[in-house]
Ligand binder design. Structure first.
Ligand code: ADP
Ligand code: MG
Length: 573
């Protein structure tokens, strides 16, 4: 029986299968490979999925849902024509449609699929994806990370060579950058980063804004439908600019009658310069996190619809100093990779089974006392972001007070230096015998597996043990509470401490972008500086400020070894 591979995207979804010794994309009823991930409930109670539903985003917004992939694994519900659905139910409609398209194409029933998911998806989102499959009548035993699928597709057919691939996946609403390594028959995502607020839609908006500027239109006074219309036109113009030098954008319906402007790629670059600048930060971060210099990257794999934009390709190629791998089709690569994985799952002849591993997309740690400010405990990382999973790490801690007999271990997830700003996952307590400060120690071991289950084992030197089991699904509620606290604590900062505050903020940023030894050094330096500030001796603070700034300059210079150009300069596309 056929196993299919599905790219369940935020904007578009695709399905592929392994047949007759090769991977094939399966067309939908319209003969297209891309099915928009949009669902609409018709007035007669029937479901529309794909292009038809997409059209109804404008005409029937209250009966139509899109971008629900972003809400996967949350309890959020979406109302369509008075009926309420979970994100996984909405996803299941898309999966059901793809399954039907596959059955029509293959002429046989399909009951199993391999589905791709973003590498940063936590367990809650992964299990929601599997449930969506089940709702669509599909057994989804295997999920594959999107960047791994893209890398597998890029390498299909060219042997077993080991290599390091930088996968740049630029879709409709998100940018995901990953480093994927292939060593023998193991494919691992070794670092992930991205910008979940940057995608093709931002270019559509930039085009609309630029067009309104040039034509003297006031976007804010337009009706919702007029705005939608302009956005759609902007998208078509953007797509046209991937194959032609210029395009005429027209708008009819304003008081000035019809207005128009000729758009070119140069114009687009000018109008969206800020968006281009944001493309390189995630690239820098994955290289830095994994300690990979740009020269060690063997291949740049550009996928996602927005990677078709010549201006984006040019910008990224230039920043990384290499051309994107040829022969990789941006919109279909992930689906083809998922199809190859489906073939491997079915143990197809002629396909070598590859093991696909995972990384932890965030840092896990516990809170420890902050000697500079007791009200703000610090985060002590145990498993750092981008550790390859499964991972098991142990750290030793000691009592912070004389005769302390109870230790509370609070487990957090996140990159902030202050524990409170990260997400609290749970707590566990352990008793120790009374002794002078620092004499009683405990070992805290974190074991995190590919299924998103975190085991926290605490063992005191004196013999007691305690254990806590956490599933990443527990996170969403804690996250909502954290956000509430965050908003409630927003206060203005006193002006006279601005300079010190700026130094601290810089240190906190460096803390967030580094890992390992360098991160510990940054933390120690920051800690020392805050203690100097706490002493309130102006001269000492000034000296400390100079010293810390010089050190941060060095860190910056070090992290700058993988510095990529920030400005685009003047280049042609
Ligand atoms: P997702 O992974 O979010 O489902 P896709 O990879 O399908 O998204 O990318 C969708 C985005 O790609 C949309 O913003 C669309 O406008 C853009 N896109 C698709 N084709 C092109 C093209 N030829 N030129 C520019 N942008 C394109
Ligand atoms: Mg995608």
């Amino acid at each position: 029986m056929a196993v299919i591979g599905i790219d369940l995207g935020t904007t578009n979804s695709l399905v592929a299968c392994w047949r007759g010794g090769r991977v094939e994309l399966i067309p939908n009823a319209l003969g297209e490979f891309l099915t928009p991930s949009v669902v609409s409930l018709d007035e007669d109670g029937s479901l529309l999925v794909g292009q038809a539903a997409r059209e109804r985003l404008v005409s029937h917004p209250e009966r139509t849902a899109s971008c629900f992939k972003r809400e996967m694994g949350t309890g959020k519900r979406c109302d369509l024509g008075g009926r309420s659905f979970t994100p996984e139910e909405l996803s299941s409609f898309v999966l059901r449609q793809l399954r039907e398209d596959a059955e029509a194409y293959l002429g046989e029933p399909v009951t199993e699929a391999v589905v791709s998911v973003p590498a940063y998806f936590a367990e809650a989102q992964r299990s929601a994806t599997k449930r969506a499959g089940a709702l669509a009548g599909l057994t989804v035993e295997r999920l594959v990370n999107e960047p791994s699928a893209a890398a597998v597709a890029a390498h299909a057919g060219d042997g077993d060579a080991d290599r390091v691939c930088l996968v740049f996946d630029f879709g409709g609403g998100t940018l995901d950058v990953s480093l994927v390594e292939r060593f023998e028959n193991v494919v691992s995502v070794t670092a992930v980063s991205g910008d979940n607020r940057l995608g093709g839609r931002d270019f559509d908006m930039a085009i609309v804004t630029g067009f309104c500027q040039d034509c003297g239109l006031d976007f804010d006074t337009l009706s919702r439908q007029q705005r939608e219309l302009l956005l759609r036109q902007a998208e078509s113009c953007k797509v046209a600019l991937t194959t032609q030098k210029s395009v005429l954008m027209l708008y009819t319906g304003g008081e000035n009658g019809t207005v128009s402007a000729e758009l070119t790629n140069e114009w687009l670059i000018r109008k969206s310069a800020d968006l281009f600048k944001r493309l390189t930060a995630p690239i820098r971060k994955v290289l830095l996190d994994s300690g990979t210099p740009p020269s060690a990257v063997d291949e740049l794999v550009m996928v996602g619809g927005s990677s078709r934009m010549p201006s984006v390709r040019g910008y990224v190629a230039r920043a990384l100093g290499r051309d994107p791998a040829s022969g990789v089709q941006p919109d279909t690569a992930i689906a083809l990779g998922a199809g190859l994985c489906a073939g491997m799952k079915a143990r197809a002849e002629g396909l070598r089974e590859l093991a696909l591993t995972d990384v932890c997309p965030f840092t896990l740690g516990i809170d420890v006392q902050n000697h500079a400010d007791y009200s703000q405990p610090l985060m002590s990382p145990i498993i750092e972001r981008n550790s390859v999973l499964p991972s098991s790490k142990v750290q030793t801690y000691c009592t912070s007070q004389d005769n302390q007999t109870l230790l509370t271990v609070n487990v957090y997830q996140g990159e902030n230096r202050y524990a409170q700003n990260n997400t609290l996952l749970g707590s566990v307590q352990i008793h120790v015998p009374a002794a002078p400060q620092g004499e009683q120690t405990i070992d805290v071991r974190f074991t995190y597996d590919i299924n998103g289950i975190l085991e926290v084992d605490v063992a005191a030197k004196a013999g007691q043990t305690a254990r806590l089991l956490l599933k990443s699904g527990d996170v969403s509620q804690a996250e909502a509470q954290r956000r509430m606290r965050e908003l409630a604590s927003l206060k203005l900062h006193p002006r006279d401490q601005e300079q010190n505050r700026a130094i601290i903020a810089r240190g906190e940023r460096l803390y967030a972008i580094t890992v390992g030894e360098l991160r510990s050094q940054v933390a120690a330096m920051l800690d020392w500086f805050q203690r100097q500030v706490a002493k309130q001796e102006t001269l000492q603070i000034a000296r400390a400020a100079r010293r810390v700034s010089a050190y941060f300059d060095q860190v910056e210079a070090f992290t700058g070894e993988v510095e990529l150009p920030d400005s685009m300069g003047d280049w042609d596309i």
